[in-house]
Design a protein around this ligand. Structure first.
Ligand code: FAD
Length: 443
């Protein structure tokens, strides 16, 4: 059916991209917008349910050709404008600047590739431990920064409060009339409804059929469970941990730039509500491989867990020993694995489906999709309306040909410390952290 403001639009997944899509659809005047999700916002399995995220450092497009760079730049410029100007998002952006660093020769070469940081682009080089320490108030960075080299950008980037901005967008979408149907039975999509060679909505676990003129799939790492993505999505998990800070430390750790070593990990300033410092250890990612005995097809199946592998704890503590050794042995107050889905080239997949004209895909956030929440739903709506700029459309296209015989072990331009510079499998992990569940669940 042709599209009008009276069309019914169903969004599968009320996470980062689904909420953004609902907001943009409502702002464009669509009257009937419904979202389905097994969980109320913020979904505990949404990659965006997190205290903070980096507003992209501009390194993602490193090595990409000029048209992919155009797309990456357009996306980041639009997103930054949204963080600065859109009242739904602006309160959650902290323009504190950022530091990017690397340690090995290979890591540095990647960091310094053509589209990477440079003095011409306004970055200050950091060469010595004193250079790094001077980026933050005295007493924060007490480490020796062994082998580190990096760059510091004082403005134009920083961090965002992820959960709060997602909740803010959901509130605004709801205020404008979007309907959220949530619950483990009522909101969990089991399958799409296929009829007459098209998709006509989705069926939830309680047996209800939600029929719609357009169906938009925004189920993040779980999209491939609902619809055959032809190997274009690789569900991949990363690991994060929190430590509790003292009152004095909270005073000191304010308005800090993001510190990101592409081979070690990153942290942002502590959470204002719980007073916890979140950090991520850096590595190419974990999959959870299972093999179908009938056709030996491999798939990585996401699962939720509020613990991380012991080896991830070790990496996180290694990162702290190099940067803030005074915190390196403090117990974790919280940890979890966090799932996203990588396309083969880590460009987004935002497209109408070539065979099912009423199905729109908003997937493949590839580990860098949170900071786009102010605008990504506008691009997803453009795809539905056939209005994408041709370069964006090309980059975002449905492209199963790029995933034939996909190299599942590909590092996809990510790095880890020695020994973890490879794709890992949760199936091989024997030891996990043992963080008190009361504390983990209170989150
Ligand atoms: P999600 O936000 O995960 O949403 C998917 C939704 O689908 C969820 O709400 C889920 O409940 C729902 N769902 C699942 N199954 C079903 C079903 N059967 N039926 C209906 N709904 C379903 N990005 C950045 O920009 N900057 C960063 O610094 C950054 N750091 C990151 C750190 C970590 C540790 C991780 C894991 C990711 C990070 N990202 C970052 C990436 C970013 O978080 C993701 O790209 C983005 O949040 C993905 O959004 P999404 O909407 O695709 O998925």
């Amino acid at each position: 059916s042709s599209l009008s403001s009276d069309s019914t639009i169903l969004i599968v997944g009320a996470g980062t991209w689904g909420i953004s899509t609902a907001l943009h659809l409502k702002r464009r005047g669509y009257k009937h917008v419904t979202l389905l999700d097994p969980y109320a916002v913020p979904s505990p399995i949404s990659a965006g349910n997190d205290v903070n995220k980096i507003l992209e450092l501009g390194t993602f497009a490193a090595g990409a050709d000029s048209s992919e760079r155009y797309v990456a730049n357009t996306l980041i410029n639009e997103a930054t404008k949204g963080w600065l100007e859109d009242p739904v998002f602006a309160p959650y952006f902290h323009e504190t600047g950022c530091i990017i660093a690397a340690t090995s020769d290979v890591g540095r070469a990647h960091m310094n590739s053509a589209s990477g940081p440079s003095e011409d682009a306004g970055w200050l080089p950091l060469k010595t431990k004193e250079d790094f320490q001077a980026t933050m108030p005295k007493g924060v960075l007490t480490g020796d920064f062994p082998g580190w080299e990096g760059w510091w950008m004082k403005k134009g980037s920083g961090w965002i409060h992820a959960r709060k901005s997602m909740e803010s967008a959901a509130r605004e979408a709801e205020r404008l009339g979007a309907v959220f149907i949530t619950g483990e039975e009522k909101g969990k999509v089991e399958s799409l409804i296929y009829e007459d060679g098209d998709v006509k909505g989705a069926k939830t676990l309680d047996g209800v059929e939600h029929r719609a003129d357009r169906t938009i799939l925004c189920a993040g790492a779980n999209a491939g469970i609902i619809f055959d993505m032809k190997d274009q999505l690789r569900p991949t998990a990363w690991t994060l941990a929190h430590i509790k800070m003292t009152k004095e430390e909270l005073q000191l750790f304010k308005n800090l730039p993001v510190l990101f070593n592409i081979e070690r990990g990153f942290f942002m300033e502590p959470d204002e509500d719980k007073g916890e410092l979140k950090m991520c250890d850096e590595h190419p990612g974990y999959c959870n491989w299972s093999v179908d005995p009938q056709n030996s097809q491999r798939s990585s199946i996401p699962f939720a867990k509020h613990q991380i592998p012991k080896e991830a704890e070790e990496r996180a503590r290694g990162f702290l020993r190099e940067t803030m050794p005074h915190l390196a042995d403090r117990p974790f107050s919280f940890a979890r694995i966090c799932w996203c889905a990588d396309t083969p080239n880590r460009a987004f997949l935002i497209s109408k489906h070539p065979e099912y004209p009423s199905l729109v895909l908003g997937c493949g956030a590839s580990g860098h999709g949170f900071c786009h929440i102010p605008v990504i739903g506008g691009f997803i709506t453009d795809a539905m309306e056939d209005k994408l700029d041709p370069r964006m459309k090309h980059s975002f296209r449905w492209r199963p040909e790029t995933a034939v015989n996909r190299k599942w072990e590909d590092l996809q331009d990510r790095f880890g410390p020695e020994g973890s510079n490879r794709m890992m499998n949760f199936g091989d992990i024997v030891e996990w952290t043992n963080i008190q569940p009361e504390i983990a669940e209170a989150k």
